[in-house]
Ligand binder design. Structure first.
Ligand SMILES: [Zn+2]
Length: 253
């Protein structure tokens, strides 16, 4: 298969669109997309662009490349949708309308579905680690790569594709990061009166919300976010400048 860079991005965007259709992305779905990325010889940057494309307004999967590629793309879309267990009500219309664009009959589609299910069953001895996406044995209790617990189902480990910035209070958002304060930041965010996480682009984002009178509590999280680029603050759903909201903490120091 020799696809252009643009075609590889479009191919992968179709998979991302299916994975996000049911409102969350599970570790097994992410692993299935990464496997397809390697198989078609696409770089990580292509996957990042595919993520952005699939999340753009009004995105609809389109066929790319010759017929064999379109069939392969359809098979991969079905693999991704079945990766978290079932072809659910949200994923089905995406797959069906794509199959229609490929131009295959319903019988051919059923045949492909059966083939993909059979292939997945033989691969059922493995699953994706929810923490690091390593391929691990289904029997394992802990991930041999990162040591994380595997005592959680793929469905339960799925992360939402969006959250809503609340209309009142101070909402802090930040993306996963290798910065030293990140682990503490996640812990504090999860202790906030209101909190959520979601996948934007290829990164997991965290949101923590405090009522305005608890700005000092919010400021404790700010300490851990020092030097992080991917962070935002919202006051009553209005994006605000970091220094304007938290400038006072420098004074009190
Ligand atoms: Zn792991």
């Amino acid at each position: 298969m020799s696809l252009s860079d643009e075609e590889k991005i479009a191919y992968l965007a179709n998979l991302v669109a299916v994975s996000r259709a049911d409102g969350s992305v599970s570790p097994n779905e992410s692993l299935a997309i990464e496997a397809a990325q390697k198989r078609i010889g696409a770089k990580k940057t292509a996957l990042r662009k595919a993520d952005a494309l699939a999340q753009s307004d009004g995105y609809i999967p389109e066929v790319v490349g010759p017929f064999s590629t379109r069939i392969g793309n359809l098979e991969d879309m079905i693999s991704v949708s079945l990766a978290d267990g079932v072809l659910d009500q949200a994923e089905k219309p995406v797959v069906l309308s794509f199959a229609k664009k490929v131009g295959i009959s319903n019988e051919q589609l059923q045949l492909i579905l059966t083939e993909v299910r059979t292939a997945l069953r033989s691969a059922e001895a493995t699953r994706a680690c929810p923490s690091c996406l390593a391929k691990v044995s289904r029997e394992a209790k802990f991930c041999p790569e990162c040591g994380g617990s595997l005592d959680i189902s793929d469905k339960a480990a799925a992360v939402a594709v969006e959250y809503t910035i609340p209309s009142a209070g101070i909402a802090i958002e930040f993306a996963e990061s290798t910065a030293s304060g990140f682990i503490d930041a996640v812990r504090k965010a999860k202790d906030a009166p209101e909190n959520a996480e979601c996948v934007k682009g290829t990164k997991t984002w965290y949101m923590a919300v405090w009522p305005k009178e608890q700005i000092l509590e919010a400021a404790k999280l700010v300490e851990d976010l020092k030097g992080m680029r991917n962070r935002k603050v919202w006051v009553d759903a209005k994006e605000s400048r970091w220094d304007e909201v938290f400038g006072f903490t420098w004074c009190s120091e």
